[in-house]
Ligand binder design. Structure first.
Ligand SMILES: [Zn+2]
Length: 768
């Protein structure tokens, strides 16, 4: 089995092992690469702003987590291109299609980012590569890439050796990814400058300038094909619009076997048929074949005896009849009863989850679907949906019930948890008691459930607010039980609370237990969500931007099941698309459709130190020392609370901090305040957000009794927009201290005397 996995970060042992394996391959296969460059890989993955590009690491693995190959893609969001830094198979792993699989995955990623792909490749020209053995290797590589339409850019001085007389200087190769639009001269020059300056920090400026200036063709010209005879032979891959929403869908076809004919048994095959009837025409989904996974995934979350019992009892019951529990013993784990039918009560928590042959087969295949969807997300697909029945979220470690046999969501979460922190969000009408119990003692899987209060809703004995986790898991389970009759808006508010908790946890992957039984008219629920409410729920969840696996749980009102599901996924895909776009949106401020709403807060959280530093850095306006100060003020606030004298207004969109202000009373004065910082992310500038942040900060200062607000900035030309901003906000220049920051760079002090007047709402801003 060959799997290409996108390594999100270095937080888990498996990911660290993947990164280390990648580093080992780099050392072995790229002997010229400085060790410091290889060592910084983990930091590069987690700290893109420092390096001014985003790094994406892909590892090719077999089923035993052995790394067979590696590719490292750099994405430069401000210029809008991707650069393939490294692609290599492990020593002795040549020729198994690993390189091609990695390269195709990288192309897919570059295309999804809306970019073309650049990389370096050693030359095949004998004048540049005199050693025949090396040249032969170079030819093989160029030939490989040419099959995809990737060829060197010609008529430039890119392949100028840095040290005169050096051999094998690389070409700059461009893979236009099947497009006929080649980059303009100006774009190519920006790309080349970025590659040379950010990647090779030590190159002399004169060299960089020489190479940049040598790009004269407009647009650039690619070398004529040299190895692939006809253009038709090139592998162009599937041409897809960047950012087009696609949800990987897996479905357990054999669920129809599981059909309990008893009157009132609402968990019926028609549920999936009615959902599929609405999903299929939506064009949102790409159906994936279901892979078969080993039982060990089930045994990783369920007691082996329960798994064995369900299989045995189901096969024993056969296809024609069912075993229902009829006696529930006071549990005594040391003395399980012998009789298979009596044992049902030992393992089951209710009387409506029968055991028969088809129930086992359907439940087993639902697990395969959930794991198939989880694996898609692991490979880098943003959204995947396992449309399964029977559901799973009521199955605990050692018990089953509530139409559930194996806990599909927990099994998927357990598999994913090897690769990063997992949050499970359960929005079924009924409490997700299974996940809660399974992960109750763990802090690497956060379980959150929004459901009907157990005082009136199944499973009655769990789902209370005060169940918050135990031991290392204390604080990692959140239950939000709601009243019997609530409005859709109240339901959304509760889901928003759940999402805030999840955001603080910052999971690598999100698993959603999707119950559609919160719908108006559901026979097992009492709430009133309609199609448009499901669309909003989906959007709220999608806007978080997490790699998300959705697993079908309940939902029994067949008439509206499909339309509600479709609306949920329309919202999910739209929200997710907007969130994913917003992350790299450092490019010029084109308005993005359906952007997440702004969220405001004044409370400071631990990760704000890094977020404020990133925001301030991203403006490109402040020195490293200033960035340190901005971060230090947040640290002060975190350690000393309001005694620090630093107060904040923070604006978030999706999961990103987009603007903030820091202010506070000036020591030794009666009612004078200082506006220490105000900064707006580049992609948010020019839309009045600076004015908005300032207005909120001023309102807070007024409330705290401020009569005068002071602000200062530099007198240099560079800060003219800042000075203009203060003036528009109603500040007046009060003093000018010449040469304060340096010769010719003075300090300008502004003050705004607060009267009863409303805040100036003139359009504005720039940072600081
Ligand atoms: Zn339910």
């Amino acid at each position: 089995m060959l799997r290409i996995r996108k390594v999100a970060d270095a937080t888990t042992a498996v990911n660290r092992a993947g990164i280390e394996a990648a580093q080992k391959i780099m050392r072995e296969q790229f002997s010229g690469m400085p060790d410091a460059d290889i060592a910084k890989l983990p930091d590069q993955l987690s700290n893109p702003l420092k390096h001014r590009f985003v790094s994406r690491l892909f590892v090719a693995e077999n089923g035993r987590d052995q790394t067979l190959g590696v590719a490292l893609l750099l994405y430069f969001p401000d210029i809008g291109f991707s650069y393939l830094e490294i692609i290599s198979t492990a020593k002795g792993r040549m020729g198994a299609g690993i390189g091609a699989a990695l390269y195709e995955r990288v192309r897919e990623e570059a295309r999804a980012l809306g970019t073309q792909l650049y990389f370096e490749c050693l030359p095949d020209d004998p004048a540049l590569s005199p050693n025949p053995a090396i040249r032969e290797n170079n030819i093989a590589r160029l030939k490989f890439y040419e099959r995809y339409g990737a060829r060197p850019i010609v008529n430039t001085a890119y392949e100028t050796p840095v040290t005169p007389g050096g051999t094998d200087p690389p070409y700059l190769v461009l893979d236009p990814l099947g497009s006929n639009d080649l980059p303009s001269r100006d774009k190519a020059r920006r790309v080349v400058r970025a590659i040379l300056e950010r990647k090779y920090a030590e190159l002399p400026a004169s060299y960089v300038q020489l190479v940049v200036d040598s790009f004269k063709d407009d647009p650039v010209v690619l070398r004529a094909p040299r190895y692939v005879k006809s253009r038709r032979a090139a592998v162009q891959g599937e041409v897809r619009e960047p950012g087009e929403p696609r949800i990987a869908l897996t479905l357990n076809d054999d669920h129809t076997l599981h059909h309990v004919q008893d009157r009132g048994y609402v968990e019926a095959p028609v549920r999936i048929r009615s959902i599929m009837a609405e999903l299929a025409p939506s064009g949102l989904f790409e159906r994936m074949p279901t892979k078969r996974f080993s039982d060990r995934h089930i045994r990783a979350v369920h007691n082996g005896r329960l798994v064995d019992y369900i299989r045995k009892a189901c096969l024993l019951a056969g296809a024609k009849k069912s075993i229902y529990p009829y006696v529930f013993p006071v549990r005594n784990p040391a003395r399980p009863p012998k009789d298979e039918t009596v044992l049902a009560g030992y393992y089951c928590i209710d009387t409506f989850t029968p055991l028969n042959e088809s129930a086992y087969l359907a439940a087993r295949s639902a697990v395969d679907c959930a794991l198939t969807a989880a694996e898609k997300v692991l490979e880098g697909t943003g959204l995947a949906y396992a449309l399964v029945r029977p559901p799973g979220h009521h199955a605990e470690t050692s018990t089953f019930g509530g139409f559930c046999y194996f806990n599909n969501a927990a099994i998927a979460a357990q598999m994913l948890s090897r690769y990063g922190k997992i949050a499970i969000l359960d929005i079924d009408y009924h409490h997700g008691n299974g996940q809660q119990e399974i992960f109750y003692h763990r802090s690497d899987v956060l379980t959150v459930s929004v459901h009907g209060h157990p005082s009136f809703a199944y499973p009655y004995f769990t789902g209370f607010r005060d169940e918050t986790g135990m031991g290392p898991g204390a604080g990692y389970n959140l239950n939000i039980p709601l009243a019997e009759h609530i409005t859709p808006e109240q339901h959304r508010n509760a889901v928003a609370e759940a999402l805030r908790r999840i955001k603080r946890f910052a999971p690598a992957y999100l698993v959603v237990s999707l119950g559609l039984d919160t719908a108006r008219g559901d026979p097992t629920g009492t709430w009133s969500n309609r199609a448009r409410d499901f669309e909003q729920l989906g959007r709220m969840i999608g806007e978080q931007g997490y790699s998300t696996v959705v697993i079908q749980e309940g939902g029994y009102r067949v008439r509206t099941l499909g339309i509600n599901a479709r609306n949920f996924f329309v919202g999910l895909a739209a929200g997710h698309g907007a969130a994913r776009e917003a992350v790299p949106a450092v490019t010029a401020g084109t308005p993005k459709p359906a952007r997440p709403a702004l969220e405001w807060r004044s409370a400071v959280m631990a990760d704000d130190v890094g977020r404020v530093r990133s925001l301030v850095t991203s403006t490109g306006f402040f020195s490293a020392a200033e960035v340190d100060i901005a971060g230090d003020l947040v640290t002060e606030r975190l350690t000393k609370g309001i005694r620090s004298g630093y107060h904040f207004v923070l604006a978030e969109r999706g999961s990103g901090l987009v603007a903030y202000a820091c202010y506070g009373p000036i020591d030794g004065t009666q009612d004078s305040f200082d506006l220490y910082w105000i900064a707006v992310a580049p992609e948010e500038q020019g839309r009045g957000l600076g004015t908005h942040v300032y207005a909120r900060a001023e309102a807070a200062m007024r409330k705290a009794g401020a009569k005068r607000i002071y602000a200062d900035t530099s007198s240099s030309d560079r800060y003219a927009p800042t000075r203009g901003f203060y003036k528009r906000m109603g500040f007046a220049e009060q003093a000018r201290l010449p040469d304060f920051y340096g010769p010719g760079d003075g300090k300008v002090i502004y003050v705004k005397a607060l009267s009863a007047e409303p805040v100036d709402r003139a359009p504005a801003p720039k940072s600081k």
